[in-house]
Design a protein around this ligand. Structure first.
Ligand code: PAF
Length: 280
């Protein structure tokens, strides 16, 4: 497995791979890799001639400086895992390599970026679009892999591909959970053992709500989730929205859309955790 930190090394590696007729899969990450990332890499390795994994904590998508500083960085362990998974190349550039000058591009994904994370993390999706579009331009992948845990991010990246006319397939991959239900996240590494147990209430509330939804209205179900989080000491709900899975706009009855997803963000201490569940 090749590890490179410059765009030119990455491009010459990819030129060679393409000359050999190999298709290219890209798995963009911010490192601190876990089984959720592993599932994306495994899928890319199975579907492409070469798999590039980018490891880059992108500063432009953090609207909270403390969050950026706290973000776990574990490049050596990440490379060991990626080697075992059969990745072909790791691209781990410096901030200066990716942003030799300020990226002033402004994206507009209305209405997808005007709800949920778009409200609570202003500028976040603009930063995601900046880095992901740059990665698509450097790598020119045939396929790029993203987790469904970041449900809104996935919808926005699909929209960015449509707007910018990138020629690639976006592959959404299911959430990977711990045996007890907690959605895997790089941020879980920041939880104490006690917080880890407390955080379980999030996935439990979501799973319980799917059963509850079978004989309750949408607003009753939403309330049930909100109350379950409020009743758990150590958790603070930022939002719980039940949305049309395509447009991400809130719905008010189960008949409002053919595809309905509940998206939640909760603070466990200082750690911001997100999760989602599909109702139909
Ligand atoms: O989902 C993430 O880890 C990041 O938002 C991404 C897509 C790698 C862009 O920095």
């Amino acid at each position: 497995m090749l590890v490179v930190d410059t765009i030119s090394e990455l491009r010459s590696y990819l030129a060679q791979a393409r000359a050999e007729g190999k298709s290219v899969g890209l798995v963009p990450t911010m490192g601190a890799l876990h089984e959720g990332h592993a599932s994306l890499v495994e899928r890319s390795v199975a579907e492409n001639g070469v798999t590039v994994v980018s490891v880059f904590v992108n500063p432009t998508q953090f609207n909270d400086k403390g969050d950026l500083e706290r973000y776990p960085r574990t490049l050596e362990a990440d490379c060991q895992l990626l080697e075992r998974l059969g990745a072909s190349c790791v691209f781990a550039p410096s901030v200066e390599e990716v942003y030799p000058e300020e990226d002033t591009r402004v994206f507009d994904f209305t209405p997808l970026d005007k709800v949920m994370e778009g409200i609570y993390r202003p500028g976040h999706f603009n930063g995601v679009a900046q880095i992901v579009s740059k990665l698509f331009m450097y790598v020119e992948p045939d396929r790029a892999y993203f987790g469904e845990k970041d449900f809104q991010q996935l919808a926005i990246i699909r929209e960015m591909v449509r707007q910018m006319d990138f020629k690639l397939e976006i592959v959404g991959c299911p959430i990977v959970r711990e045996h007890d239900g907690l959605a895997l996240s790089s941020r879980n590494a920041l939880l104490s053992d006690e917080q880890r147990r407390t955080a379980l209430a999030i996935s439990k509330a979501l799973f319980d709500s799917v059963e509850y939804a079978k004989c309750h209205t949408l607003s009753e179900t939403k309330q049930m989730v909100e109350e379950a989080i409020a009743a758990t000491e150590g958790l603070e709900l930022e939002y719980y929205e039940v949305v049309d899975g395509k447009t991400l706009q809130p719905v008010s009855t189960w008949d409002d859309a053919p595809y309905i997803v509940g998206c939640i963000t909760v603070y466990c201490g200082k750690v911001r955790l997100i999760d989602n569940i599909r109702y139909k």
